[in-house]
Ligand binder design. Sequence first.
Ligand code: ATP
Ligand code: MG
Length: 486
Amino acid sequence: MSLQKRLNLSFMAMIVIPCILFTVALFFLFITFSGTDGVMNSSYQLQNIEKKNTIFSELKLLTTSTPTSFYDENYLSEKARELEELNIALLIRIDDDITFSSNLFSDLPIKNYLTPFGQFVNHVHNSVVIGSQAFKFEQHDFYLPDQREASIFFIKETSPLEQFTAEYLPILLVLLIVIIVLTNGTLSYLVSRSIVKPLKTLQQATENIKSGNLDFKIEEKRKDEIGHLTRDFESMRQKLKHSIEVQQLYEENRKLLISNISHDLKTPITSIKGYVEGLRDGVANTKEKQQKYVSTIYRKANELDALIDELFLFSTLDLNRASFHFEKLNIVHFIQECIDDLSYGLEKSGVQIKFQNPYASSVLVTADPEKLMRVFNNIIQNSIKYIDKDPGQITITLHKAEDLLFVTVEDNGSGIDSDDLPSVFESFYRADKSRNSKTGGTGLGLAISKQIIEAHGGSIWAESTKGMGTAIKFSLKLLETNGDTL
Ligand code: ATP
Ligand code: MG
C-alpha cells in the first residue's frame, strides 16, 4: 500500500474509530441502565407524561376552585392511585404536616427532602438521591382559604439513564477525550513507526557508506515508496561497492603494469649498457668480438623498439584511441595471405600449417586488415614458440554460427596450465613467470589481440590441455557469404 494511501486511511481511522467506540460505549451504557423498555417504549412514556401533566393541572385548578378537596381523603386516594399507575407518588403538605401520602415510596424518608413552602425552583435535571434511588420532585404551593400554606408534591423515581447521564456526563466527556487521544496516539505511533524505522535504517546505512563501510545489506519487502527507496538504496550500495572493487583492481593492474614495463624495459637496456661498457673498456679486443657486441646491441635495441611499439599500441587500444579502418574483408584470402607471410618462419621451425575451410572461396567479414593481421601473427607466433612436438602442427578452421564467424587456431604445443588459462589475455601475463626464457615475449600479444577482436565486436578465448596443445578461438561479425558448402 502506498504511503499516501496509508496516511489517508489512518487519518480517516482517527475520526471513525473514536466515533464507533464512543457510540458502542454509549449504546451499552444505555442498555445497561435503561433496559430494553427504556429504549422501546418512548411513545408509551410520552403518554404517561401527558397523563401526569393532566392530573397535575387538575390538582392545580382545584387549589383555586375547590381547595377543600385537599381534605377529601377519598378524592386524593383516587388521584394517588391514578398516579401510582404512572409510578408517581402524591404528597399533600399543609403547614408542616403531611396530610396525605401515597403508599408508593412510603418506606422512604421522603418528607425530609421536601422543599419548604415558597422555595421550590423547578430544576428539571436536578434529582434528589435517597438511599440508592434518585427522585425528581414537582411542587405546587398555594394558600388554603383559611390562609394555611399548602403544597402538592409529585414524586417520581427518575430513570437510571437520566440519573446516570446527570451524574456521569463529565466522565463521559473525559472518556470521549481519552478514546480520541488513545486512538489517535496509537495510529500516529504505528504510522510514524512504519516510516521512521526504515528511515533510521537508511540513515545508519548512509553513515556506514560515509565511513567507507560497504559490507552490509539492507532488505526491504514493502511495496510502498519507502520500500522502493530502500531497494534503490541497496542497489546503489551494490553498484558503489562493485565500482570501488573495479577501481581497486584497476589500481592493482596499473601498479603491476608499471612494474612489468620497468622490468621489460630494463632488461634490454641493462644488456645494451653491458655491451657498450665492454666496447668502451676494450673487453672486445678483437674485430670479431667487437662485431658480435655491436650486433647484439643492435638486436637488443630492436627488441626495445618492438616492445615500445607494442606498449604504445596497447595503451592506445586501452584508451580507445586507436583508429580502426574497417572494410569488407574476404577472410579466406586474408588467412591464406597470413600463412604465406609466415611461411618462412614456419618452415624454419619445422611446423606444418593446415587451413581447413569448409566454405566456398569467399567468406566476408567486416574487419581492419592491418589490426587483424597482428592478431593472426601473434597467435601463430605463439604456437610456433610453444610447439614442443615433432612435427609441429597448426590447424586453422572456420565455422559459422548465425551472423558470426568463428576462427580457431589450434596447435599441438605444450599447452597452457589450467591455472594460467583464464589470465593469458591479461597484459604482461606470461605462463613462464621468469620473463627471460628463450621464448622471450612481453605478454602483451594476447592482450592486444583481445582489444582488437573486441573492437571488431567479437570475442576471443583459449582452450588448452597441458601437454596436448592449445586452441585460440575468436569470433568476427559475418557480412555476407557466397557459396556455403555447409
Ligand atoms: P608477446 O606476444 O607480447 O611477444 P607472449 O607471447 O609471451 O609475448 P602473449 O602472446 O600475450 O604473450 O601470450 C601470453 C602467454 O600465454 C604466453 O606467455 C604463454 O605462456 C601463453 N601462451 C599463449 N599462446 C600459447 C600457446 N599456443 N601455447 C602455449 N602457451 C601459450
Ligand atoms: Mg605472443
